[in-house]
Design a protein around this ligand. Structure first.
Ligand code: DX5
Ligand code: ZN
Length: 226
């Protein structure tokens, strides 16, 4: 059985201490570092751009070298027409670049562009958008990110109905021998992590749950890495 991949979202980190927070979650066993990029248009919030990814990339690289690990940078673009910025995020050393299907004018071209730059391709949808927006491309996708809250803010409540999409994706993947990973983003905590994993998720993003008041990152990560 595949072990769950845990991707702490730095959106909830302390930005005065970003480097330190990243180091701490790496030491605590994070598998990926999730970077939430928001443009204030596709979602009603603005977060950060490629500069922040550039800043954390050497921290991750150093950790990997020192510990013989392969922690990856998982960039989640919540921006309109992401194709315009894919090169920037690739240069900033993202390993996975995820776009929202409905934010792209041409999803096929966007997938191709990420692939051409040698990066892993992720496609996402908000809770009110169907996976049919990208099911034709599943063969070319490495990661499907199912939003379990509406993209835009950390700390929202998990929407359990979104798990139907996970079940549908698992079925499609089995029937067609596809290889994409299924990632859940939003409202993940001790309780909801179980629900995600029971339904077949491979990757769990967690922001406020990990970077909350309890600073025992290792214990928090272990509790959701079932
Ligand atoms: C929401 C972001 C999430 C967010 C998750 O738009 O895509 O990655 O940081 O935060 P929590 O885990 O607090 O719901
Ligand atoms: Zn995210």
């Amino acid at each position: 059985m595949r072990k769950t991949i845990i991707a702490p979202s730095i959106l909830s980190a302390d930005f005065k201490e970003l480097e330190n927070d990243v180091k701490k979650v790496l030491d605590a066993g994070a598998n990926w570092i999730h970077c939430d990029v928001m443009d204030g248009i596709f979602v009603p919030n603005i977060s950060f751009g490629a500069m922040i990814v550039e800043q954390i990339a050497p921290v991750v690289e150093e950790f990997n070298l020192k510990n013989k690990k392969n922690v990856l940078i998982d960039t989640h673009l919540m921006i309109t027409e992401p194709i315009r910025y894919i090169e920037q995020f690739a240069k900033a050393k993202s390993d996975y670049i995820t776009v929202h299907a409905d934010a792209c004018e041409n999803i096929d071209a966007t997938i191709k562009k990420i692939r051409e730059l040698g990066k892993k391709v992720g496609v996402s949808v908000n809770p009110d958008k169907p996976i049919s927006l990208f099911t034709d491309y599943l063969q070319k996708i490495d990661l499907v990110l199912i939003m379990s809250v509406f993209a835009g803010f950390g700390g929202q409540k998990f929407i359990v109905d979104t798990m139907q999409k996970v079940r549908d994706l698992v079925k499609i993947r089995n029937e067609n021998n596809f290889n994409f990973l299924i990632e859940i983003d939003g409202g993940v905590n001790e309780e909801t992590a179980k629900i995600c994993l029971e339904n077949g998720a491979d990757v769990l993003v967690a922001g406020s749950y990990i970077f909350g008041k309890n600073k025992n990152y290792k214990e928090l990560i272990e509790k959701i890495k079932l």
